[in-house]
Structures are given as C-alpha cells and as structure tokens.
Design a protein around this ligand. Structure first.
Ligand SMILES: Cc1ncc(COP(=O)(O)O)c(C=O)c1O
Length: 348
C-alpha cells in the first residue's frame, strides 16, 4: 500500500508522472551545460508564451534562492524591501535576504497576509534621509502564505502606488499557478499586465522534482541577473533537467490542472471541516491552504494520534492555529478520511 497523502505541505507531494517522464526523456546522451541546451531554450520560450516576449527567465534550484536573487539583482545595499510580517521572505528564509543580498526588510502587519497600497505610504516618511534604509521594492506573495489571493486589480493598485514612489514590484509566486487557477486568469494577467517588474515562479509545489524560476518582466532590470544567479550558487550545470520539467509543466495544461486540483481539494476540506464544532476557519480559503483554530486539547489529541497518519503543521502555537495544505495529488478520499478523523479527534 502506498503511504497516504498528508496535509502538512504541498512540498510533501511527489513528482507528477509527466514531469518524471520529461526528466527521463532528457536523459539521453550529452548536452551542453549551464543552460546552453535545447531544453532550456524551449523552456525559456514557453515562459515567454505565458509572460510575454519581454520576459527573461533564469532557472534556479529553490524558492528562497529565487527570492533572494531577485532582491540582489535589482537593489543596492542601502535599499530596502517592503513585505508582510508573514512573508516567506521574512519568516522562512533564515535571514537569507539580510545575509546574502544585504537587504533590510521592512515588514507590515496584515490580517490575512495581504498588503495594500496604503501600507507603502506608511513607510515613506524617511525617503531621502541617509540615516534610514530606502524602500525601493515591494514584495507580495501570490497566493499568500495564509492561502489568500490578490485580484489583478489589487496588484495593479499596489504596482501603481509602488511605481509612483519609485519602487519596484516583486511577486513571490511560489504558488502563482494556484492563484491563476483559482481566479481563472492567465499568469500574465497576474504579473505582466498588472505592473509586476519581476517574480519568483514556483514549480516544486506544483509537481516538479525541484526548480523555480526568476522571471524579469522589465528588460532593463535583467542585465545583472545571470551573474547574481551564479554568485548565489543557483546556476545548475545540468540545467536541462530543470528546464525539461518546466517544459512539461508549462507547455500544456499540466500547471493549471495540478493547481486546480490542489485548490479544489482545499475547498472540499473547508466544506468538510467548517461545520465541525471546535473548528474555526481563520483565513478565507482561496487557494490550496486551510488555516483553522482548534482548542489546545484538540491539537494535542491530533498530534498524538491523527498526525502520525496525517501529519500537519501547528502554524501558530500561541493562537492554536493549524495549517492544512492540499497538493496536486490530493484526492477526495484523502480529504474525506482526514476530515472524518479530524471530527472524531476534535469531539473526543
Ligand atoms: C511563499 C513561499 N515562497 C517561497 C518558498 C520556497 O522555498 P524553498 O526555498 O523551500 O524552495 C516557499 C516554500 O515553502 C513558500 O511557501
């Protein structure tokens, strides 16, 4: 029997069979290294077909690397980046932005993980003051770390405000596919068409073995990126195996069907657990994550029993909030059995 699919992270899921097949198909003979191969040329073309002819794509190993390289490619040492208090950049990259790109992060508290244009203005009082780091970039996460979404109009409004204040707009798109699937829009509608200057595009959470991409939408920002990627140890010598995966994901519908499944399973899970007394959904479920508040005894019972078969993360110990993530391979049966077991544990 294969191990169950769990709800701890969309990184717990395996590799989509089509992606695995693409890696195997690329494993024929020798090919030029560091991206000078035919798979990389095709994958870059595929990115242009999604993000527009001006898009410059740089494949990297992981999402933290993509985020930090984005900052490093466009910011000077005295320039700062604005992000939310819950941003992966701020809480889950071990201080890499500060250490590696030397970027000070200016964080903004939010209710559901989303910045607003007015948040940018609040941090503007010390523009031009040499004693203060100068905010030069805004980073938003789509879908957010709390499972919520920015609409295209909301992104445009942030982009307009950022540009009017001489700031760049970056998107941490580790789950951009989930956002596009949920909003039923193209990847460009969330980025190229809304004033986004550069983004980190996620593949690992959507069925790849590994691989993320830096996508620079403003060509004048691109010249340093390939040097930064190398200096930040993100240049893959056997690039064809990363590129082949992206080609498999993005040249057809795989990216959106995988994301749609993860999102649909999160809706199914929300519908199943919302009526359970003692389960309080704390953020709108808009992509592939469900956040719920439970009583401490219920969490302890879950961790003692249920979590062995269905591990998940306690997101906020003090507040009793847990996170359940759905993946490209989560099935309705996974959701139903998890929700049933959860109901028993909460009621016990
Ligand atoms: C919002 C977000 N950004 C980026 C990442 C990428 O991180 P990693 O460096 O683990 O690939 C993650 C992974 O959890 C994430 O959730």
């Amino acid at each position: 029997m294969s191990p169950p699919h769990d709800f701890a992270s969309d990184n717990h899921a395996g590799i989509h069979p089509d992606v695995m097949a693409a890696i195997a198909a690329a494993n024929e003979g020798h090919a030029a290294s560091y991206g000078a191969d035919e798979w990389t040329a095709r994958a870059e073309e595929t990115f242009r077909s999604h993000f527009g002819e001006g898009a410059r794509t740089f494949f990297v190993f992981n999402g933290s690397g993509a985020n930090v390289a984005c900052l490093d490619a466009v910011l000077r040492p005295h320039e700062a980046a604005i992000c939310t208090e819950s941003a992966h950049l701020h809480v889950d990259e071990c201080g890499a932005p500060e250490r590696i790109s030397g970027t000070k992060l200016l964080t903004v508290p939010t209710e559901h993980g989303k910045l607003t244009p007015d948040d940018l203005g609040r941090l503007d009082a010390r523009r031009g003051d040499e004693h203060s780091a100068q905010a030069r970039l805004v980073s938003i996460t789509q879908s957010t770390e709390l499972g919520t979404l920015y609409t295209p109009a909301e992104i445009s409004a942030i982009g307009e405000r950022a540009h009017s204040m001489d700031m760049l707009l970056h998107v941490d798109g580790a789950r951009l596919a989930n956002a596009a699937a949920a909003l039923d829009v193209s990847l460009a509608a969330l980025t190229t068409d809304t004033g986004v200057d550069l983004l980190s595009f996620g593949g690992t959470k959507n069925g790849l073995m590994f691989g993320e991409a830096i996508v620079i939408l403003r060509p004048d920002l691109a010249p340093h990126a390939k040097f930064v990627r190398k200096q930040l140890l993100q240049l893959n010598s056997k690039m064809r195996f990363a590129s082949a995966q992206f080609e498999a994901l993005l040249s057809g519908d795989l990216w959106i069907s995988n994301a749609r499944n993860a999102n649909a399973m999160a809706q199914r899970l929300r519908e199943a657990v919302e009526p359970i007394e003692g389960v309080q959904i704390v953020h709108p479920v808009e992509a592939n994550a469900v956040f719920a508040r439970l009583s401490r005894p219920a969490i302890d019972r879950l961790l003692a029993g249920l979590s062995v078969e269905h591990p998940f993360y306690v997101w906020d110990e003090a507040d009793g909030v847990v996170r359940w993530m759905c993946s490209w391979d989560t099935t309705p049966e996974d959701v139903d059995s998890f929700a049933a077991a959860l109901g028993e544990a909460v009621r016990a």
